[in-house]
Ligand binder design. Sequence first.
Ligand SMILES: Nc1ncnc2c1ncn2[C@@H]1O[C@H](COP(=O)(O)OP(=O)(O)O)[C@@H](O)[C@H]1O
Ligand SMILES: [Mg+2]
Length: 212
Amino acid sequence: MSIEASDLGVTIAGRRILDGVTLTCRPGQVIALVGPSGCGKTTLLNCLGLLQRLSAGTVLVDGHDAASDRARRRFWRREAAFIYQDYGLIEEETLAYNVTLRAPGLLRRPRPDARLDGILETVGLAGRQAETASVLSGGEKQRAGVARALYKEASYVFADEPTASLDPDNRRIVTGLLERAAKAGACVVIATHDDALASRADVVHSLASARA
Ligand SMILES: Nc1ncnc2c1ncn2[C@@H]1O[C@H](COP(=O)(O)OP(=O)(O)O)[C@@H](O)[C@H]1O
Ligand SMILES: [Mg+2]
């Protein structure tokens, strides 16, 4: 289980955003992509998550080139979870739906789900299954985003500035939860300019400022 980028390059409208990036993401590790704003952290994260096409180089998932649409969809459906700076929740849906992505039971009566209960407890949202995402605070929303990755038991977790909108307490909690996902065996890739978060990573990959 790994993601290997070799000599990865992205050029958009003639501008070189990424050039010659080589790195490996391994299970059990947190890898932080760091560098100044605009240096290409999000672009690289999206390349590693197979969301963005490369202009050069390769990204291998488990040693396989996952460039086909079928392979990419399979990767997203089964193996990957994405955590965004702006939480990426469906505001009008319940917390339970946002974490499990499973339609609510008949008559919207929540289905008993011990695993969901346990994960919500882990992220500090115990008993809040039926609440609508829109009523959660920013920190709670981001913890819900992490809960979704934990619930999915994703092999690969991609997080783009996951602590950027959070207060210090929630920053610490979310950092701890991402570490926990890695300890459980996931490969956790984080684009961040949060030094505290980056300092906890097993691998730090610095991107220089982009050049035309
Ligand atoms: N689809 C796109 N079209 C044009 N420019 C883009 C596109 N995506 C990213 N860029 C540019 O690439 C550079 C790197 O962006 P990004 O990966 O978002 O950096 P970071 O996440 O480090 O702030 C920026 O200058 C940005 O404007
Ligand atoms: Mg970014």
